[in-house]
Design a protein around this ligand. Structure first.
Ligand code: MD3
Ligand code: FE
Length: 223
């Protein structure tokens, strides 16, 4: 019996998954976007964290964050009893943050372009490490000098349930699973949306073990 139409997938070619999911007017999840570079990214990450170790920073209210943080690039996000801000110096070492590896900068540039933001050049790269139970409460990212540039994020290791809210803390939020290798780009009208991360569930990732690493790329200083 002859098929009535040609089957485009007759050779059992893997069907390409829909790769870009729009989650807001100017926000996109790029599923698996970083997977081809993961090995290089992890090598660079290890070097950065050797020079600028993860630490649990204290919020202005006096609470220690459950997420461990560090940075690379010209500016690093910090918090202490005097407030949230960006600093060109790592307060732990008193030295400049490690420079941003080319593989980081290029990947962020490419992801931003894919989401409709050409010419993205991050000057700041915040590294967040979550162990099971760690979370990030709903907040807005308002410590950057301007909001014209998008924020680009890269998720590695254990999965997370990301909360993508509205413009007021009480607005209903969407829940978006973020997996190893996924990238997300938030910009334009979505730049000041509330967002957060639910407590990470226990688990084991073959490359990263019992943790999730999220890296955000930002233009924190002059645009
Ligand atoms: C959505 N980090 O570092 S991804 C943060 O997974 C932060 O570690 C989360 O929120 C994490 O500030 C979420 C990044 C993210 C960053 C900025 C956004 C999501 C955003 C701005 C607007 C909307
Ligand atoms: Fe944030």
């Amino acid at each position: 019996m002859q098929p009535t139409t040609f089957d485009l997938f007759a050779d059992n070619e893997p069907v390409q998954q829909p790769r870009a999911e729009q989650i807001g007017e100017q926000s996109w999840v790029l599923r698996g976007f970083a997977l081809p570079q993961v090995e290089q990214l992890l090598t660079e990450l290890e070097a950065i964290l050797a020079a600028a170790p993860l630490r649990h920073m204290v919020t202005p209210g006096g609470f220690s964050m459950s997420v461990g943080t560090s940075s690379c690039g010209q500016l690093g996000w910090i918090t202490d009893r005097s407030g949230y801000r960006y600093s060109s110096v790592d307060p732990l070492s008193g030295l400049a943050w490690p420079s941003m590896p080319a593989v980081f900068a290029d990947l962020a540039h490419e992801a931003a372009e894919r989401a409709g933001f050409p010419g993205f050049q991050a000057d700041s790269c915040l590294i967040n490490q979550y162990v099971p139970g760690a979370k990030m409460s709903l907040h807005q990212d308002k410590d950057e000098k301007g909001y014209a540039a998008p924020i680009v994020s890269l998720s590695l290791g254990l999965p997370a349930m990301f909360l993508f809210g509205g413009f007021e803390r009480s607005d209903k939020s969407q829940r978006i699973p973020l997996l190893h290798g996924d990238m997300v780009v938030w910009g334009g009208v979505d730049r000041l949306r509330y967002h957060g991360v639910l407590p990470i569930k226990p688990g084991h990732h073959p490359l990263l073990g019992e943790r999730r690493i999220n890296i955000t790329f930002r233009v924190a200083g002059d645009q």
